[in-house]
Unconditional design. Structure first.
Length: 564
């Protein structure tokens, strides 16, 4: 069967020219042509057409549709790709249903339409030019799909027929591939951002920790000073404890995710909750004095011993006390109570006379960055992280829980902390110094002058023979002319890294201890690979340093000798 008169420009039956008289004969002729066109399109779609005669400027041309024969048609219709046969001028002679689905139109509206109508401007001309010099071309582009676009790969080839060639297109949907590429790129961007964040936090941690080292070492030295009176020693002890608390908080405040997801490692011990309350009150006392606020304590719990991390519990309590002070008027009182409930738990409440908590705020009170709206944040400041951190820390303890209650606006609020009590017997704290071999030769390498001086002073009180250096070059020079038993080195040095220094000292029988503000897992692993026997994170408590030195010397005496 052949079909004549296929013309995409034929007018639609329901759109005669406006305001023109059309006689009955002309109308019937028009209807007849439209019926022929529709029959032709139906025949092409059903596969009953073997060829199409197209009239043009160069006369009538016959295009065979052998590709639409039954076996080919079945194959083409089952393809996942779109298939299109078109004239060089761009008129669609045939397409499969897949391509029609790509462009979101019925088959009858695609066949005899222009391929260029579905492509971005210039793409069809680019395909035609490419096929003039090559057997096939490939191009990634987009085709119109309803109100949007669909990313596709078009593979075009030329089929020799009569005078005017036929162009065949295979159209592959790239949307899944593009989405995968988008997700891959998004993941790469996220990973890069995460690496940048980790790098920034590592540097920030180092910068925050390094100044704390001389402060912590200095308080220990002062506590050992026999000339200080009891009141001065108590003051120094309070300073030391607060430096230690600050040290413990740095890691968590630099990584909120670890806090909120409960990934903090607790250092649990038997602790009297009443004692922790007293310590928290001491920490908060200066701020309360500034606001002329007072604290009343009614600690009625007869069983107040719990198994927990005293620093973390103190952190929770001073968060609650500071919150109570922050949202209360000057001159008001804050009440702290404790009691044992019917289940044997110990509970501590912090009650204020402040602005209270409205119901809509209560529902999101323990979410990050929530302070009751922008007005509240502008008025009171802060980031809204204290309660989130406190809730996470409480729930890491056995039976730990924190709850908030408030009658409403301007009626104050009460936060209640609960823990399960413990009946275990606390171990007596060991306060004596670790026994140290005298006259061990130690090389201390630290570019921060205050931190280096504090470590050197402490080691000399322990009767070590100490030599100091502020860079890798000086340390290597000293190690080339003198013998040392132990190296204590920072990692971030001005001319090289502590890793490079330790690697350069391999074979000299020196035990290495890294002492750095960089404390990520990768940093510790790098220290081990470089040959350090230990990696201490700043600020380092003297007791911790003593233990590391004793362990290093013990390994050396036992024959560990050369590291690496």
């Amino acid at each position: 069967m052949s079909a004549n008169g296929l013309n995409a420009a034929s007018p639609a039956a329901d759109a005669p020219p406006n305001h023109q008289w059309v006689n009955r004969a002309e109308m019937e002729t028009l209807r007849q042509k439209l019926r022929e066109v529709q029959e032709t399109l139906d025949a092409i779609q059903s596969g009953d057409v073997d060829a199409v005669v197209v009239s043009g400027d160069h006369g009538s041309q016959i295009y065979t549709l052998s590709g639409a024969e039954e076996p080919y048609r079945i194959y083409v219709e089952q393809m996942r790709e779109g298939a299109v046969t078109a004239t060089e001028g761009g008129m669609v002679l045939y397409c499969n249903k897949r391509f029609a689905d790509f462009v979101g139109l019925p088959l009858e509206r695609v066949i005899s339409a222009g391929v260029a109508d579905f492509l971005r401007p210039g793409v069809w001309e680019e395909i035609v030019r490419g096929l003039a010099d090559s057997d096939f071309v490939k191009t990634e582009t987009e085709i119109a799909h309803g109100a949007g676009v669909l990313p596709v790969l078009i593979t075009g080839s030329r089929v020799a027929t009569t005078e005017d060639p036929v162009l065949c297109l295979v159209v592959t949907d790239l949307s899944a591939q593009k989405e995968k590429e988008r997700l891959t790129l998004a993941n790469e961007v996220a990973e890069a951002a995460n690496r940048a964040k980790d790098s920034f936090l590592a540097v920030l941690s180092h910068e925050l920790r390094t100044p704390l080292t001389p402060a912590l070492m200095g308080t220990y030295l002062l506590e050992e000073d026999a000339t200080l009176g009891p009141q001065a020693k108590e003051l120094v002890k309070m300073i030391r404890k607060n430096v230690e608390v600050e040290t413990r908080l740095i890691d968590d405040l630099l990584d909120l995710t670890r806090v909120t997801e409960g990934k903090i490692q607790l250092r649990k011990e038997l602790v009297d909750l009443h004692h922790v309350v007293a310590e928290a009150v001491k920490v908060c006392a200066p701020g309360l004095v500034e606001q002329s606020q007072t604290i009343t304590q009614d600690l009625q719990a007869t069983s107040s011993q719990i198994h927990g991390d005293p620093v973390r519990i103190q952190q929770i309590l001073w968060n609650l006390i500071r919150n109570a002070s922050k949202f209360s008027r000057p001159g008001t009182a804050i009440a702290i109570r404790s009691w044992n409930d019917a289940n044997g738990n110990v509970q501590v409440s912090v009650q204020d006379q402040g602005i209270g908590i409205e119901p809509q705020i209560m529902a999101k009170l323990f979410k990050p960055f929530e302070q009751g709206g922008e007005d509240m944040t502008r008025k009171f400041g802060g980031l809204g992280l204290g309660l989130v951190i406190s809730k996470s820390l409480a729930e890491l303890h056995e039976g730990g829980r924190i709850e908030a209650h408030s009658p409403g606006k301007d009626q104050g609020s009460t936060f209640t902390l609960r823990f399960r009590t413990s009946s275990a017997t606390p171990r007596e704290e060991v306060t004596s110094r670790t026994e140290m071999p005298a006259k061990a030769r130690v090389l201390v390498v630290e570019d921060n002058r205050d931190a280096r001086m504090a470590v050197v002073l402490w080691l000399r009180t322990l009767e070590y023979e100490v030599t100091e250096a502020d860079c890798v070059a000086t340390a290597l020079q000293l190690a080339g002319t003198r013998e040392f038993d132990i190296l204590i080195s920072d990692i971030g040095l001005p001319d090289a890294t502590g890793y490079e220094l330790m690697s350069g000292l391999r074979g000299k029988g020196i035990i290495g201890i890294a002492m750095s503000g960089y404390g990520q897992h990768d940093d510790v692993e790098k220290s081990k690979e470089a040959g350090f026997s230990d990696h201490l994170i700043k600020p380092v408590a003297p007791k911790t340093l003593e233990s590391a030195l004793a362990a290093a010397l013990k390994r050396s005496k036992a024959g560990a000798g050369v590291v690496g």
